[in-house]
Design a protein around this ligand. Structure first.
Ligand code: AMP
Length: 280
């Protein structure tokens, strides 16, 4: 496994991989890897000849007052996990390398970025789309892998790729959960044992949505009401949103007649957690 900080050296290696006509799979991450990330790396290993994992805590997707500084980091552990999961190359640039003096070009995907996390984190998806576009240009992957955990992010990236004719296929992989149902996230490391228990309310609310829908409930308002009740039973939980939306434009639904995304964002103490399920 090779580790690169420098864009130039990585691009040289990508050039030789391309000359050998090998396929490239890219897994973009912010590091502090867990099974969710590793599932993407393993899938890329199965699909493609050369697996590139990027580890970069992207400053431009964090708003003022968010957790950029505290975001957990452990490069040595990440490198071990990358190697064990079958990565060939790890790209680990610094902010200076990614955003050199005078950087001023951004990718703005209008529409799906206004809602859900986009509404409460202004500028977040502009930062995400910009860094992913840069990674696509640097790594030139055939396939890029994203997690359903960040459902809105996957939709935004697919829209960017379609709108801007980027020559890359996007594959979205299922959410990996802890045994008790909590969606794996690097941010779970912030939770103390009491908050860890409270965090389960996100999963419980999504299970309730699935149950109600299975029983025939098609009214999003009623489902959302039940979900909010489940979450707010936990004293430390503050709801950012509980939404049921269509899976393309992320617009609210009056009635669930098509595939619907049930998405929640909840603050447990200072930690903002997200999770979702799809109703089919
Ligand atoms: P992050 O490091 O949080 O930016 O995540 C990097 C990639 O891993 C994104 O595409 C996430 O959607 C994906 N990911 C994060 N957590 C999970 C999870 N629990 N299951 C599946 N994919 C995940």
């Amino acid at each position: 496994m090779r580790v690169y900080k420098s864009i130039e050296l990585l691009v040289n290696e990508i050039d030789s991989i391309k000359r050998r006509r090998e396929t490239i799979g890219l897994v973009p991450t912010m590091g502090y890897l867990h099974e969710g990330h590793l599932s993407l790396i393993r899938k890329a290993r199965k699909d493609t000849d050369c697996v590139v994992v990027s580890i970069f805590v992207n400053p431009i997707q964090f708003g003022p007052g968010e957790d950029l500084k505290q975001y957990p980091r452990d490069l040595n552990r990440d490198l071990r996990l990358c190697r064990a999961s079958g990565a060939d190359i790890v790209f680990f640039p610094t902010s200076k390398i990614m955003y050199s003096n005078g950087f001023s070009s951004y990718v703005n995907v209008e529409g799906p970025t206004d809602r859900l996390c986009g509404a409460s984190r202004p500028g977040h998806f502009k930062g995400v789309a910009t860094v992913v576009a840069k990674l696509f240009n640097i790594v030139n992957p055939d396939i890029a892998y994203f997690g359903q955990k960040d459902a809105q992010q996957a939709i935004v990236i697919k829209k960017m790729v379609e709108d801007l004719n980027m020559p890359v296929k996007i594959k979205v992989q299922p959410i990996v959960r802890e045994k008790d149902g909590l969606a794996m996230s690097s941010r779970n490391a912030y939770l103390n044992p009491c908050q860890r228990r409270q965090a389960l309310s996100l999963y419980r609310s999504l299970k309730l949505a699935q149950e109600l829908y299975k029983k025939g409930e098609k009214d999003p308002k009623k489902i959302i009401k039940g979900m909010r009740r489940v979450i707010l039973k936990e004293k430390g939980a503050k709801i950012d949103y509980v939404s049921i939306v269509d899976t393309k434009k992320l617009k609210g639904l009056n009635r669930i007649s098509e595939k619907a995304l049930v998405a929640v964002a909840v603050k447990i103490g200072k930690t903002r957690l997200i999770d979702n399920v799809i109703l089919n």
